[in-house]
Write a protein that binds this ligand. Structure first.
Ligand SMILES: [Zn+2]
Length: 319
């Protein structure tokens, strides 16, 4: 199998049954319990080709899971891109006009621009505004270990530890190209109690990514008291009861592409540790990009090497 050929093991579920929802926003459904509790939001398809999240939500819907406390909102985000998903060209449907997950600043959301993704972000914004907790389900280009993206706030890292999987927790500030939904508003505010996590479940179309998405989602709901373990144990997969030793990677910087042509110096797939400071990572219009310290971890090297976008993030293990 060549490096650019994908084996699409997952089938994209039919989400038309969830179009109407009950919130007045298409593909958004809210369940409210009588007992008070947090408002928990789980989102899938922030990127249209990351279908493991849609499988996880579909699994929850089909099982008829309801919150015991508070509210549970389930949302399929970039449905327009998902509609274009074609297993023959799986890489093509990440978005239609622009990346939905780089639009989450008030300036952009309130601004004058228009795009398919911006309209959808504006439609979903009221839901994101009222949620106390967010789990955004994603997957990656390369088949590396799952990564919980906990942002920079200690309370997000604590929640990631409470959930207990996956093994790797990454603390990062996001991308120069624009804020992610998980960083928006109170989710990125040290003074707020709102807490968001983003899980990268594995390679976009490997079966394993769907297992991780389901188990992380269930453990997130259990950790927040939305459901009890026995309510959802039957849906659990191989990681439902796993207790790995979790490790934290602190992301120190994102390498943002400034030139017209970026090349990596090696066939990096992510989570490589380059032992020596000054190791060559790549060339940005010929300018050498080197590791800034010893034992530098390469995180999620991109295949979309476009000016203004992140080529790779750099970090180090904290423990
Ligand atoms: Zn994604």
């Amino acid at each position: 199998m060549s490096d650019l050929t994908y084996n699409v093991e997952l089938a994209a579920p039919d989400i038309e049954p969830y179009r109407a929802g009950n919130t007045g926003i298409e593909y958004v459904t809210n369940f409210a319990a009588a007992e008070p509790g947090p408002h928990v939001l789980v989102t899938a398809l922030t990127h249209g080709n990351e279908i493991c999240g849609a499988i996880a939500l579909d699994t929850l819907f089909r099982a008829g899971v309801r919150p015991r406390r508070g509210q549970l909102t389930l949302a399929f985000d970039n449905v327009a891109a998902y509609r274009e998903f074609d297993p023959r060209y799986p890489i093509a449907s990440r978005y239609v006009d622009e990346d939905f997950n780089r639009l989450w600043s008030p300036a952009t959301l309130d601004g004058p621009r228009h795009s398919i993704e911006l309209e959808r972000a504006r439609a979903l914004r009221p839901i994101v505004d009222v949620a106390d907790f967010l789990l955004d389900l994603h997957s990656m280009q390369y088949a590396t270990a799952p990564l919980m993206l906990a942002g920079l706030l200690p309370r997000s890292r604590e929640l990631a530890r409470q959930i207990g999987i996956p093994e790797l927790i990454m603390c990062d500030a996001g991308h120069a190209a624009g804020p992610r939904m998980r960083d928006y508003g109170g989710f990125g505010d040290p003074a707020s109690a709102k807490t968001a996590l983003l899980i990268e479940c594995g390679q976009h179309w490997e079966r394993r990514a769907a297992e991780v998405a389901i188990d992380v989602m269930l453990r997130f709901l259990i950790a927040l008291g939305s459901v009890e373990r026995d309510d959802v144990a039957a849906l659990g997969g191989p990681d439902f009861d796993a207790t790995p030793r979790q490790r934290v990677i602190e992301v120190t910087e994102a390498v943002t592409i400034t030139g017209e042509h970026f090349d990596f110096a090696g066939n990096f797939r992510g989570l490589e540790v380059l032992p020596e400071k000054g190791s060559l990572i790549g060339r940005d219009d010929g300018r050498e990009v080197r590791t800034p310290y010893d034992n530098c971890v390469l995180i999620m090297p991109s295949r979309r090497l476009v000016k203004g976008q992140t080529a790779v993030r750099l970090g180090r293990y904290l423990d």
